[in-house]
Write a protein that binds this ligand. Structure first.
Ligand code: DGL
Length: 269
């Protein structure tokens, strides 16, 4: 039985989930947080779904072995591949995420919604079923965006190559008259400024991170697992990628000093 003082485990294919971690830190400042970036194997979006599932299970059990009282899959493609398997394997609550098709279909005024996402998410059964359920409420234009995850992994969120990719991938949204764009990958909130510059400030960008943090809060509250102490919580980071890059990019994107340990060498035993 997990205790309220235990940490929350969060993971992603790489540094994208830091966009969710920031929201969790803001909403739940007293919680201790553990974060695994599987940057050595990112992007997950172009990898076989079975492999993504097995990596997700591996990381989730690494986090529960370190006492996590809840797991957040801060990754859309990880959710599509592994949410059921991770829930079945663990006894702690699991919060997972998917592109915000429903809120976008409800918010659009032009009746056209753009979904910017990875190839893996766009081809997943979970995404297909989301579109079946909510896609008929608006015209939905789905645009996979290979290469963007790599730019964020390298810490390049504003450079000319990143901007060129954003211009290319948002053009179909512009052409179709979309007034609402879903950031269907947790790496993309780091590109919000560039995306907003390219598509214009009258287009609404939907980031699922704040809703995931609220969902986590509800889940912990419902189980009496919110940390009651008054102190600010700690954060620990692991990365399976190049540590030199991780130690530069993670603090920059998270927005605070951070030490990063190697994953999976930090595995207990
Ligand atoms: N941040 C992951 C997501 O939300 C990126 C996927 C990838 O690595 O391709 O889907």
């Amino acid at each position: 039985m997990a205790e309220d003082g235990a940490p929350i485990g969060v993971f992603d294919s790489g540094v994208g989930g830091l966009s969710v971690l920031r929201e969790i830190r803001t909403l739940l400042p007293h919680e201790d947080l553990l974060y695994v970036a599987d940057s050595g194997r990112a992007p997950w979006g172009d990898k076989p779904i079975d492999e993504v599932r097995s990596w997700s299970l591996d990381i989730a059990s690494f986090l529960t072995a370190r006492g996590a009282k809840a797991i957040v899959i801060a990754c859309n493609v990880g959710t599509a591949a592994a949410a059921e398997a991770v829930r079945a394997a663990l006894s702690v609550p699991v919060v997972a995420m998917e592109p915000a098709v429903k809120p976008a279909a409800e918010a659009t005024r032009s009746g056209v919604v753009g979904i910017l996402t990875t190839v893996g998410t766009s081809e997943s059964d979970r995404f297909r079923s989301l579109l079946e359920r909510y896609g008929s409420r608006a015209t939905v234009v789905t645009q996979p965006a290979p290469g963007l995850v790599e730019q964020v992994e390298a810490g390049d969120v504003t450079g000319p190559r990143t901007r060129a990719l954003v211009e290319r991938y948002t053009k179909p949204f512009k052409d179709a008259g979309a007034d609402t764009i879903v950031l269907g990958c947790t790496h993309y909130p780091f590109l919000k400024d560039v995306i907003a510059e390219v598509v214009g400030s009258d287009v609404t960008l939907i980031d699922t991170g704040p809703a995931i943090a609220r969902q986590l809060q509800r889940v912990l509250e419902g189980r009496n697992l919110l940390n009651p102490r008054p102190e600010i919580g700690t954060v620990r980071f692991w990365s399976s990628g190049d540590l030199g890059v991780a130690r530069r990019v993670i603090p920059a994107l998270y927005g605070a000093a951070a030490s990063v340990e190697p994953f999976p060498d930090g595995r207990p035993g």
